[in-house]
Ligand binder design. Structure first.
Ligand code: COS
Length: 380
């Protein structure tokens, strides 16, 4: 057993850390206030290879492992969780989904652009009445021979307004229940495809979240991913990896909040000394650090499982369940350590606290993670 990171992993960590400090930190508060998408920053992340970290270089990706991906996610999320969710969705839902299950033509046409960051992707499973209960898809894709006709609404779609390509899950044959669901690649601008208004959110306000409306959208048959009826499994398999990315995002939010709290406690004075000299604060830091370290082990273990070719459904779900809880707890404590300043935007911790909440909700709520974990425990 070896807990140390390799030279390559340390290099990618330093590159992401440096990028986050120099490119994401300036303007992060303003983007949060204005709900402004980090367009320039995403472009630069594409140039650095962050938008297709795990994709084979033959499709324009960086060819790195999942451990590199979670390391990058942690570093970006310490500073800007809005930017990191854009990276996460593009990498582990869209690029991974296409690389693992797409045809060669689909990879040539779409993955090459997504992996380089030239284009952005979105993953569209959730609906007004199908969030956790993902098999209850109301969006329909009716088979018309050489094409499908798509009708319905998708909700809370990350990159909803900025994406160029959308992986859309829809019901083709209701009789067959989840075995009648398909996944499709849909391009922005296709007739009948409308982007709904932007959501006004509690956190990750720099990422754009929209509902999407499909009105008789014609989708060519060659844009279906996998065999007929593979759509639900596609969503589940892809989300299993996505959850590792969100776990890493949660870890980063916690680590970022902790770093700020630690620094602040060393300069802020009360009762004649720096507040870190008070056990009330020092013990908070001890708890925060211990929880973050435990979360990091779970996240790295899940990434390692994926890299080893092991099943990662459970380890990814455990990492997300725990890291998102730690993100919430640590960010609340970081605000507390900052006292009144913690409630003020310029100190960053209130934003991290708001950003933390979504990690317990998207790509499967904490309750869904417990379903996945408990079913895994009780299988056979
Ligand atoms: N990999 C491959 N296949 C999987 C899978 C996985 N990780 N998880 C489930 N499946 C398959 C099952 O094997 C089953 O197929 P078969 O009937 O061929 O065996 C099928 O999917 C349906 O599974 P199940 O019966 O377990 O479905 P449930 O309705 O009980 O739901 C949960 C399972 C709750 C785990 C699923 O609906 C889920 O993950 N929901 C949350 C979705 C989500 O994350 N939403 C957020 C949107 S993205 S922001």
């Amino acid at each position: 057993m070896d807990f140390s990171l390799s030279e390559e992993h340390l290099m990618i960590r330093d590159a992401a850390r440096d990028f986050a400090k120099t490119e994401l930190l300036p303007g992060v508060i303003e983007r949060d206030n204005k709900q402004e998408f980090p367009t320039e920053q995403v472009k630069k992340m594409g140039e650095l290879g962050f938008m297709g970290l795990m994709v084979d270089p033959k499709y324009g990706g960086s060819g790195m492992d999942t451990l590199s991906y979670v390391i990058v996610m942690e570093e970006l999320s310490k500073i800007d969780a809005s930017a990191s969710v854009i990276v996460s969705v593009n990498n582990s839902l869209v690029c991974y989904g296409l690389e693992a299950y797409g045809t060669e033509d689909q990879k040539e046409k779409y993955l090459t652009k997504l992996a380089t960051g030239q284009s952005i992707g979105a993953f569209c499973l959730s609906e007004p009445e199908a969030g956790s209960d993902a098999t209850s898809q109301k969006t329909t894709a009716i088979d018309k021979g050489d094409h499908y006709v798509l009708n319905g609404t998708k909700n809370w779609i990350t990159n909803g307004g900025t994406a160029d390509y959308y992986l859309v899950i829809a019901q083709t044959d209701r009789e067959k229940k989840h075995k009648g669901i398909n996944a499709f690649i849909v391009e922005k601008g296709w007739e009948g495809f409308e982007i709904g208004p932007k959501e006004d959110k509690l956190g990750i306000r720099g990422s754009d979240t929209h509902s999407l409306i499909f009105n008789d959208v014609k989708v060519p048959k060659e844009n279906r991913i996998g065999e007929d009826g593979f759509g639900f499994k596609f969503a589940m398999k892809t989300l299993a990896g996505g959850r590792i990315g969100i776990a890493a995002q949660a870890l980063g939010i916690a680590a970022g909040a902790y770093d700020l709290a630690r620094e602040y406690s060393k300069v802020r004075k009360a009762f004649g000394t720096e507040i870190c000299n008070h056990q009330a604060i020092a013990f908070k830091l001890a708890d925060m650090h211990t929880e973050i370290e435990a979360a990091r082990h779970l996240v790295h273990k899940a990434a390692w499982d994926k890299d080893q070719g092991n099943n990662y459904d459970m380890s990814g779900a455990m990492a997300k369940l725990y890291a998102s809880k730690v993100a919430m707890e640590v960010s609340v404590e970081a605000v507390q350590v900052h006292g009144g300043n913690g409630f003020v935007k310029e100190y960053h911790v209130e934003r991290l606290m708001r950003d933390a909440k979504i990690t317990q909700i998207y790509e499967g709520t904490s309750e869904i993670q417990k379903i996945v974990i408990s079913r895994g425990l009780l299988r056979d």
